[in-house]
Structure formats: structure tokens, C-alpha cells
Design a protein. Sequence first.
Length: 305
Amino acid sequence: MPGIDLHTHLAPRVDEPPVGPPALYRPDLLEEYLDEADLDEAIVTVPPPFFRQDLDEPEARTWVRSVNDGLLQARHGHDRLTPLAYLPLEHPELALAEYERVRDDATWAGLTGAAGGGSYSLAAPELAPLWRALEDDGRMLLLHPGATPDPRLNPFYLANLLGNPGETALAAAQLVFGDVLALHPGLRFVLVHCGGLLPAVVGRWQRGADTHRPGVPDLSESPRESVRRFYVDCLAHDPAVVDLAVTTFGEDRIVLGSDWPFPMGTRDPRALVAHRGEDFVHRAETHTAQAALGRRATQPCLSPC
């Protein structure tokens, strides 16, 4: 089965000055990375500067169409680069409309949206029609942090070092405590950066539920059970955190993710999970990745799965 990197980025050419690393605009360089890493396929999304969560709905409608159409054009002729369509979760009706616009194009492997930042609470009833549509269609949604709204994180690069992991955990908490995951068991969410802060706080979430803290609702399933519905990439930069993620989410929920071409990523995602053995690495890059994407395995797993 092909080895898959589930977390890479490309940028479309839009009518604005280029942002981010120049390699974002070079799909040929992404394919070179795949060759160097001995991987077969990259799942690509637009990077956070293209989320533009500050736009009002009419502006966002035009922008999102340009971004998604531009991403298709950017990867045209590069069949190893499989795109995810961006959905503006800060505008629930628009997010559903954009999904309906792209849903029948088999080029898209799934969807992506911003974790936290300016997004609607993922527990909000306004997003329920989108969750139902994604569940009915069996489509994956990768949640990637955009920009934290907390100005205290501006110094020391903390908006990325601390804000991004926190925004991912916030989005996950909304899905857990909003009972979204339990009520829509067919939904498949992928969290980047190894789940952000979630593995470190799920025990606290469970304690809050067990002791019926104010504001914690009665849930269909416990937080510890619910978080095991997430898939997460391996991008923790710390084997101990990878091991904690395995304990939190399960061995069958970890995929490879490099965050190419950003400096906070890696050019060797296998190295981040190599300490868990060859069988684990093989499952992460093949069978688990295929399961996250909703694809059927094309051949049996020869290693223990």
C-alpha cells in the first residue's frame, strides 16, 4: 500500500502578495520531498494565512472559492498531491454551501477547516447540518489551527508554540463536550500536531465529567472514550508525547504528518514514530492513513494490525 503524508501544504496563486515559504508555491518541490522521504502521496491543504477568518460572509464566499479553485490549479498535473477543500467554519451556512459545491468532485480527498481562532464553536447547532452531510457522505475533515485571538501570545513566537496546540485542544473540547463525536459516530476528524494540548488534558476533562463540574453536560460517552474517535498526526517532536498520544487515541489513530514546507515541521515524519517499531510505522503511513481518509484497503495488512 502507498505511504501517505497526511499533513502538507500548498498555496494557490491568488491576487495578493505571496506569503509563507516560497516552496509553498512549488508542487514540484513537494514531490521531491516525497521522493526523499520514500512516500507515495501527500494530502495537501492551504496553509493558515489563507484561512482569512476575518472576512465577512460575502467576502469569504468569493475568497473561499478562489482558494479552493486555486489549490486545484496549483496541484494540476501532480497526481501524487491530493487536495483537501477548505471550509470556512466561521460561517456555517457558507461552509455547508462550499462543501455542496465541491462534494461531487472526486479530486478532493476530504475537507479542512480552522481549529479555534475565529471559527464558530464546533458544538454550535448552526454546524449540525454540515456534520450530518459529512457523516452521510463519509468525508474526512482535517482541523488545522489558524490564528489565535489571544494578544498575550504575540511575544516569543508563542502564537505558534503555545497558541496553535491550544486552539486544536479547544476545537477538540467543543466536539467532545458538545457530544458531536458521539452523536455523529461516522464523522472522521484529523487533528494535526499530534492533537496539540489534548493528550495532556484529557485526564482533566474526564475528572470534570466524573465530578459533574458546573457547565459540564451529561455526555453520551466519556471524554476518554470520545477522544479515541480522533485521528492525529505524529508531529509532536518528542517521542514521549507520541507515546502519550498512542495511549490517548489508540495505536490505530496515528498517521504520518510533516507540515511540509514549514520550519516547525519535519522532512522525516517516520523518524518521529520510529521508536515504536517498523510495524507501527508501516500501519501509520498506510492502513491508518487510508482509514482516516475513508478509503478501503487494497491489500491485506501483513503485519499485526
